[in-house]
Design a binder for this molecule. Structure first.
Ligand SMILES: C[S@@+](CC[C@H](N)C(=O)[O-])C[C@H]1O[C@@H](n2cnc3c(N)ncnc32)[C@H](O)[C@@H]1O
Length: 231
């Protein structure tokens, strides 16, 4: 972990408590859903040398796929507010000896991000998707044309009430915000990400992918590798 204070930013206590409990069992619980992660990373259409942001990176389960896609010339920046989750991601990075994978123990809302990333990945991070300041911050650090992929849980059709009961149980273990669950990708669309959405598992999981088209005011379009400081 680098460039961020060792102590996470204040706020987000509910998230840290939730994932403090879950951290050690998290990877086992997520193992059956690896096919969704693979599909979602593929939708990022990463190229060698790209810079990709993994927002709410958790224990770093996506890092191997992201690192493989951008290669040794690329850059992966993972951000997570839970130190209990991120310490497991850090072990993974150290074990693999990756020098171009950086981890930030911070809320996305406050994290230092690269000036111009090529892609942003929100994999099962509903709380981040529903945070206007987190999204504004991420999008301000994407180049125009950057790829954006978001996945996660959603309510399915009311007629499938038993499925929604199951979804609700999963949500209780994963989320601290319950708004926007009919179309969790909508805040990205409202901010200029043109998205297509697929649903899986009887409409309980979404995979939204798209391109960020709105150039941030007063900034150029070339990818730069420097970091901007946290506010
Ligand atoms: C369900 S886990 C997903 C982890 C990882 N993306 C994966 O696919 O395995 C959600 C993660 O988002 C993190 N998170 C939630 N809100 C956050 C925020 N505002 N800033 C940074 N991380 C956040 C949590 O700490 C947790 O690790």
């Amino acid at each position: 972990m680098d460039k961020e204070p060792a102590r996470p930013a204040p706020g987000h206590e509910a998230t840290r408590t939730l994932y403090g409990w879950r951290a050690t069992s998290y990877e086992l619980q997520l193992a059956p859903y690896e096919f969704i992660r693979r599909m979602a990373v593929g939708q990022l259409k990463l190229r060698s040398g790209d810079c990709v942001l993994d927002l709410g990176c958790g224990t770093g389960m996506s890092l191997p796929l992201l690192r493989e896609a951008v290669g040794s010339a690329g850059r992966v920046v993972g951000v997570d507010v839970s130190a209990d989750m991120l310490v497991l991601a850090l072990s993974r990075v150290q074990r693999e000896g990756w020098t171009n994978v950086e981890l930030r123990c911070a809320a996305v809302e406050d994290a230092a991000l690269p000036q111009r990333a090529d892609a942003a990945f929100f994999h099962f991070t509903h709380d981040v998707l529903q945070s206007p300041s987190a999204l504004d911050r991420v999008l301000a650090h994407l180049r125009p044309g950057a790829r954006v992929v978001a996945t996660g849980l959603k309510w399915t059709a009311p007629g499938l009430a038993p499925m929604n009961l199951l979804v609700g149980m999963h949500m209780a273990q994963s989320l601290t915000r319950y708004e926007g669950l009919a179309a969790p990708w909508q805040p990205l669309q409202e901010r200029g990400v043109q998205m297509e959405v697929d649903t899986l598992m009887m409409g309980t999981i979404f995979v939204a992918r798209g391109t960020y088209m709105r150039a941030p005011v007063g900034q150029g379009s070339r990818t730069r590798r420097g970091d901007s400081p946290a506010p």
